[in-house]
Write a new protein. Structure first.
Length: 393
């Protein structure tokens, strides 16, 4: 079965003229041939190197969204470049390398050019016209706030405030966003957008941002079933929610709970995190998506979601001192390391993190994605030093 599967994809790639490196990755994944697990420092450095390469390819200051085995590098992506900025600053403090800091500031400068007149950041393009997206705007706020905190340059603060004002304006009375979001759907994972509003509150002390964030988190907690699963948390209603979006929702609620000292929020996130502990597989991974009964229709793993879950478990370990979270996070981090190729001669592959393992899983298939690298780096650095992280306060 696996031989037939990888042969089909490998032949398809060869017919498209893809390099041998691409075919090699599909063959390896199909046969479940993992890579050597090295030190966190080595894996982190490789992922940072991949992000720097992704920033360089388009020569605009942003970070290429992904490297496709079929198509090569894609355009720079505003949403994820936004939250990569704090990761780069965190790595700078770990290494003291000035070029890392410069890279983060260059990303922030590019983001300023992407901000729309209404204060939002784009996430959808139709023809030559860009349209604002709620979630994307929230994620860029992380970068704007951190750039302001690091440089004290008010232009970044102003950009964050303009973006936050737009988010408050378009939020509905229930506390969610039913307009201007991906596919025009309501998404529970916008708790990470609420977390971004708390970031703006942190630097402004303007209460409308605090109120809007609390309103959204309250709404999201109301979407949680007793078993910890969140309603309205897939990209669209008929889809089984990805571990990626489950972790987004969980992390936004947890970080809001920690910052606001709200035990209800913390317990909400912990309920989901504890269920995922039970679902961790023998190799350390988690399935790529889950239905409302925590059953998965897929065997592949969403690597970004694995890294995000590791971060949540590590934050809960810091909060509770319960070692089960630390143990699970280390296992999942080692699994992630084993999927990262440190020897490839292809710059788009070496150090990168795939959307799925095997690479032909349906989330970002055949691609190495910048947000996967971002969360992988965050998870490894947090495991190495509990003081590092994109947290409030």
């Amino acid at each position: 079965m696996r031989i037939a599967k990888y042969s089909k994809y490998a032949v398809s790639l060869l017919l498209k003229g893809s390099p041998r490196h691409s075919v090699r990755e599909i063959v390896k994944d199909s046969l479940n041939i993992k890579n050597k697990v090295c030190s966190s420092e080595k894996h982190t450095k490789a992922a940072i190197g991949w992000l720097l390469a992704a920033q360089k390819v388009n020569n605009d200051g942003g970070v290429s969204a992904l490297y496709s085995l079929y198509e090569g590098w894609h355009a720079s992506y505003s949403e994820t470049t936004g939250y990569i900025i704090p990761t780069m600053f965190n790595y700078y403090y770990k290494t003291k390398e000035q070029y890392i800091r410069k890279s983060a500031i260059t990303m922030a400068e590019w983001e300023l050019t992407k901000q729309m007149e209404n204060g939002a950041f784009p996430g959808a393009t139709v023809g030559d016209k860009e349209f604002p997206i709620v979630f994307n705007t929230g994620q860029v706020i992380f970068g704007m706030v951190r750039a302001f905190q690091e440089t004290k340059d008010s232009k970044y603060k102003k950009a964050a405030v303009r973006a936050a004002n737009w988010l408050v304006r378009v939020q509905n009375k229930k506390g969610c966003w039913d307009e201007f979001d991906y596919l025009g759907k309501i998404h529970t994972y916008n708790t990470r957008t609420a977390w971004a509003l708390l970031k703006v509150y942190e630097i402004t002390k303007c209460r409308p941002y605090l109120k809007a964030a609390i309103k959204n988190i309250d709404w999201a907690v109301g979407q949680q079933r007793e078993n910890g699963w969140f309603e309205k948390n897939a990209f669209y209603e008929q889809q089984e929610p990805l571990l990626h979006t489950i972790a987004y929702a969980m992390q936004g609620i947890l970080e809001a709970g920690i910052y606001l000292k709200n035990l209800k929020y913390i317990n909400s996130a912990r309920t989901t995190a504890d269920i995922l502990l039970e679902l961790q597989r023998e190799d350390g991974s988690l399935a790529g998506s889950f239905d409302r009964d925590w059953k998965s229709s897929v065997s592949w793993s969403c690597l970004t979601g694995n890294a995000q879950t590791s971060i949540v478990w590590l934050r809960l370990h810091i909060l509770t001192k319960d070692k089960k979270y630390l143990t699970a996070a280390k296992r999942i981090n080692n699994y992630l390391k084993s999927t990262q190729d440190l020897k490839s001669g292809n710059r788009g592959i070496n150090g990168g993190i795939k959307g799925a393992y095997p690479v032909y899983g349906w989330y970002a298939p055949f691609c190495y994605i910048n947000w996967g690298a971002k969360f992988f780096i965050d998870a490894l650095m947090l495991e190495d030093d509990f003081r590092i992280g994109d947290k409030l306060g």
